[in-house]
Ligand binder design. Structure first.
Ligand code: CLF
Ligand code: SF4
Length: 504
């Protein structure tokens, strides 16, 4: 009998606040469910995949790349590529006119009934291109009024457009705020262009910070939901982001999304070329944990492209290139979309009820237990992806409060053309080696054995079932096996129960 324990990083147990699936009654977390939020806020977030963690399992967003210009320079951006405030650097979007963008939206909405939100997130700054941005919103609203409008900005021009934003019924705005202190800001922004003049250094950062805070206050005063994105830059603003979190929280921001800096040298950004590193997954999570309290925290961001299409974590943009859209016969059926959304609403209610039922008795059994598990899913809140086909694993934390989504790990597909890639398997294992189990719809014997050798149980028994309910059911069995000695676990810091390794 041998049990191998895989080294894992220290991880603070999180209480019931924001527990997924409404396991704990709380007003916090993008995991907040129907009963956790005021009804008018729930109406706004229930089908927005970025503002609600639950929604991101069911609903899709798309971006239309109509905004090429920018009015500031960030050290993590190379203008050859898209705005990295709200999209991954290193990819270039097909630029669209407002008319083409509106046609593309109808084409996508006709094909993907899950589409509920259209965002303008670059490739430059939405508000540095106000004519194109608002013209696009106007065209979308007149042809597809059931689609929510979302806008992302660096905030410099924001105070000038808050009224317009409201007039165009844009009810979700993201501001990227990386600092409130100009001393920190001058290390992130070399210049801004404001009032017909280029500003540099601390003056530039001071103006930007003031305009961002002013815009945030104006939006929240109008009841517009604001998400704040912050790029975590180790050694530059990592410690400072706790103060940023406080500042935006006190001004009414709904959600804070702390994203890791991406700074590959091949993207040619200032940070990439000067060796500025991004944070590790552990550093990012530690900062997110520190900021999580009574502030909504987004942990399911996929740093998508300025022309992203689909559920978060999938990219269907290549199915809707300009050429393909031009050749498409668009059949936008508002009733079919409504019916789909009603179906999802029902599924979500069923999932919540199933989860609540499964929670019975867990608190006494779990005590301070705290275990991470990985899930292969292609959406709908179910365990419905094969191990070999997964391009990412969603990671959930299991505690006495239930199952809480805490992040995702991108991986290469293990299955390549019908065969398993040994090298890829190693990287998959290292991506999820802090997890006690991986839940899949199906897995082959070989990878299953290798995972078990690495102390990760491959679980197929809940294939196609609801994620949270299945995880809690498995967790109860796992705790029983720990008690009987069939499984072992490591006890670390503050009495939290860590990774278990199974005895074959
Ligand atoms: Fe797009 Fe942003 Fe609207 Fe979402 S993305 S404009 S709020 S519809 Fe979402 Fe993408 Fe993360 Fe942005 S996953 S990068 S947070
Ligand atoms: Fe680049 Fe966006 Fe920063 Fe402008 S706001 S410099 S487009 S990352």
């Amino acid at each position: 009998m041998q049990a191998r324990i895989i080294p894992i990083f220290e991880h603070k147990p999180v209480g019931g606040c924001g527990a997924t699936g409404g396991a704990g009654k709380s007003s916090c977390g993008s995991a907040a469910g129907k009963g956790d939020l005021p009804p008018e806020v729930w109406e706004k977030v229930k089908n927005h995949p970025c503002y609600s963690e639950q929604a991101h399992h069911h609903f899709a967003r798309m971006h239309v790349a109509v905004a090429p210009a920018c009015n500031i320079q960030c050290h993590y951006c190379n203008r050859k590529y898209d705005c990295s405030n709200e999209s991954r650097p290193g990819v270039v979007s097909e630029k669209l006119t407002p008319e083409l963008a509106a046609k593309k939206v109808l084409a996508v909405a006709a094909e993907i009934p899950q589409l509920t939100v259209v965002g303008i997130a670059g490739p430059g700054d939405a508000l540095a291109n106000p004519e194109k941005t608002f013209k696009t919103f106007q065209l979308i609203q007149s042809s597809a009024p059931d689609i929510r409008l979302c806008l992302s900005t660096n905030g410099l021009a924001l105070p000038d457009y808050v009224q317009t934003i409201q007039d165009f019924n844009v009810d979700h705005v993201t501001i990227t705020i990386n600092m409130t202190d100009p001393e920190v800001g001058e290390r992130i922004y070399p210049w801004i262009f404001y009032k017909h003049k280029r500003w540099t250094g601390r003056d530039a950062a001071k103006i930007l910070a003031e305009r961002q805070m002013e815009g945030l206050e104006m939006l929240t005063a109008k009841g517009i939901l604001v998400k704040v994105n912050s790029v975590m830059i180790p050694g530059v603003n990592d410690d400072h982001l706790v103060a940023v979190n406080q500042a935006v929280k006190s001004r009414g921001a709904f959600l804070h999304n702390i994203m890791p800096l991406i700074s590959e040298p091949e993207h040619g950004t200032h940070y990439g070329l000067t060796g500025q590193r991004g944070p590790s997954a552990q550093e990012l999570k530690a900062l997110q944990d520190k900021c999580e309290g009574d502030m909504n925290l987004m942990r399911h961001c996929r740093q998508c492209r300025a022309d992203a299409v689909g559920l978060l974590g999938e990219d269907r943009s290549q199915e809707f290139t300009t050429d393909k859209v031009a050749a498409m016969e668009v059949n936008y059926d508002a009733d079919a979309r409504k019916a789909y959304q009603a179906f999802v609403e029902k599924e979500r209610e069923d999932q919540q009820a199933a989860m609540q039922a499964e929670l019975a008795g867990l608190a006494e059994e779990a005590g301070h237990a705290n275990v991470l598990v990985a899930v292969a899913t292609k959406g709908s809140g179910r365990i419905n992806e094969h191990f070999g086909h997964a391009g990412e694993f969603q990671v959930f934390e299991l505690t006495a409060a239930g199952a809480k989504f805490v992040g995702h790990r991108r991986v290469d597909h293990y299955c390549q053309g019908g065969y398993g890639e040994e090298e890829t398997l190693e990287t998959v294992i290292s991506a999820i080696n802090d997890c006690a189990a991986v839940f899949v719809a199906k897995i082959g014997l070989c990878p299953k054995k290798d995972l078990e050798q690495a102390g990760i149980e491959a679980v197929e028994e809940y294939a196609h079932q609801y994620i949270e309910q299945s995880l809690v059911a498995w967790f109860k069995g796992y705790l029983a096996r720990l008690r009987s000695g069939e499984a072992v676990a490591v006890e670390r810091g503050q009495g939290s129960l860590r990774q278990g390794a199974f005895v074959a």
